[in-house]
Ligand binder design. Structure first.
Ligand code: MN
Ligand code: MN
Length: 461
């Protein structure tokens, strides 16, 4: 063998995904990303993503699942967990004792939740107090257009949905920052302290009602909310209202190869899983798509991936087939579909180039996440990695290996450990992201598309 032949047969030669896509595939990628951007513009909270999934699933013949319902091969069902997370399945021709092929992503993203008593007035400006949710860099949130999304359970027991700041005709909201002229002290602080949690107060208005009192601007804002949504101040006590970046998902870059949006983490994988599930008919094994909530704060709570709602759903399906849930889990596979950090040439010192994901190199497969000595990681086995490698290669999916940055630089986790703890073989995989957890994140169209193809290959494995 020549040196060249040896090199080709023995060494890896990663290539930019664009070298592997033909024109038809590029057109499919563009069409896919157009649909993805529409989804992102419409869905900025876990509730909105869950409702969207229900609506689209029903159009495609998915039926709401109730425990005890009979299910047959080919059936398409969904199990809505209180409007905040959802599991959808296409029932396989093989029984659940053969295991399910699961893709699990999350649909919550870092944001600013309203405090339970949010409305106040200071210096004749009305504000909302917020409490940040998930890992944010607080300094990124002032001076950008913001929108209010959520639901309120009113005094009379009715629930109203609130969205303000997305339509061009609607006002946006904003948080102020200090002018540089007077920032001598602020500029000496660290990035972590330059803007503090209690300064993330959202400006609501400045027009006082006529009359006497020190609350005339606050009262005017409450009057507006009452006229539009029938709210009184006490209704904030039974509300989930959240502040998110305003505006649609957009193409980015002069070549339009990127997508800018709020909350790619992790709706980019959630959408990939959903579209992949919607495309399959009569899989051999039952295909399950999970859109989980609360990943950004540890997957805890009733709508998080640790919740027994998943056992309730899968246990119901297993009971109908006379299969033990434990046996189903033991034979199942889960792709924990969550984003990775794309290599950023602006911050090369934070990554180890030989083991980082890159934009346009396809869906990134992560053997482990965690921090320091892999602490908190679900470290996938050689066999699990082999299953994914073979499955994706056989399906012609463009993929790459990834780790989360340089050792001891930080770390993170996904729902992988929660799935693996259920005795389900699990591997992390997802879309590489620039500016992860920032109000606007960037992903490449190619990686989005390949992640959808990866999910489809896993469902059909
Ligand atoms: Mn994530
Ligand atoms: Mn995240």
């Amino acid at each position: 063998m020549t040196t060249e032949e040896l090199r080709e047969s023995l060494l890896m030669a990663p290539k930019n995904g664009y070298t592997r896509l033909n024109d038809t595939q590029k057109a499919e990628m563009e069409a896919y990303c157009k649909r993805y951007m529409d989804f992102m513009t419409a869905c900025k909270t876990e509730r909105e993503a869950t409702s969207w999934a229900v609506q689209e699933a029903e159009k495609l013949g998915f039926k709401p699942y109730t425990i005890g319902m009979a299910v047959n091969p080919g059936d398409k069902i969904y199990y809505n967990n209180r409007g905040k997370s959802i599991a959808l399945a296409v029932v396989g021709t093989e029984p659940l004792s053969a295991g399910a092929n699961i893709c699990a992503a999350h649909v919550d993203s870092p944001r600013l939740d309203l405090k339970p008593n949010p409305l106040y007035e200071d210096s004749e400006i009305a504000y909302f107090k917020t409490h940040y949710y998930g890992g944010i860099k607080k300094y990124q949130w002032p001076t950008i257009p913001l929108a209010l999304h959520g639901v309120v359970y009113r005094k009379d027991g009715s629930v109203v949905t609130v969205t303000i700041g997305e339509e061009a005709s609607e006002p946006i909201l904003m948080i102020s920052d200090l002018l540089p002229h007077l920032s001598a002290d602020q500029m000496q602080k660290t990035l972590a302290k330059g803007i503090e949690g209690e300064q993330l107060n959202v400006i609501l208005g400045t027009t006082p009602l006529e009359g006497e009192g020190s609350d005339l601007v606050k009262l005017a804002i409450m009057k507006l909310l009452n006229e539009k949504y029938g709210l009184i101040e006490a209704d904030f006590q039974s509300a989930e209202l959240t502040i998110v970046p305003a505006g649609p998902a957009r193409e980015a870059g002069l070549d339009r190869s990127l997508i800018s949006a709020y909350g790619h983490d992790d709706r980019v994988c959630a959408y990939a899983e959903l579209e992949a599930l919607f495309a399959i008919q009569n899989p051999r094994k039952t295909a399950v798509c999970i859109l989980a909530d609360k990943e950004e704060i540890g997957s805890v709570g009733i709508s998080g991936m640790r919740s027994e709602y998943f056992e309730h759903f899968m246990g119901g399906l297993c009971d109908a087939q006379g299969v033990k849930l434990e046996d189903c889990f033991a034979a199942s596979f889960c792709l924990s579909a969550d984003v990775s950090n794309a290599f950023d040439p602006n911050f090369p010192e934070t990554c180890e180039r030989r083991n980082n994901s890159f934009l346009n190199y396809g869906v990134s497969i992560c053997k482990y996440t965690g921090a320091r000595g892999k602490s908190g990681a679900s470290d996938a086995s050689a066999e699990a990695m082999g299953h994914v490698r073979t499955t994706l290669n056989n399906a012609g999916v463009i993929w790459q290996m990834a780790t989360l940055g340089k050792i001891d630089q930080g770390g993170g986790g996904t729902v992988a450990a929660d799935m693996a703890n259920r005795n389900i073989v699990t591997v992390d995989a997802g879309v590489p992201v620039l500016s992860m957890h920032a109000p606007l994140e960037l992903v490449s169209k190619l990686d989005c598309y390949e992640t959808m193809l990866a999910c489809k290959a896993i469902y059909l494995a």
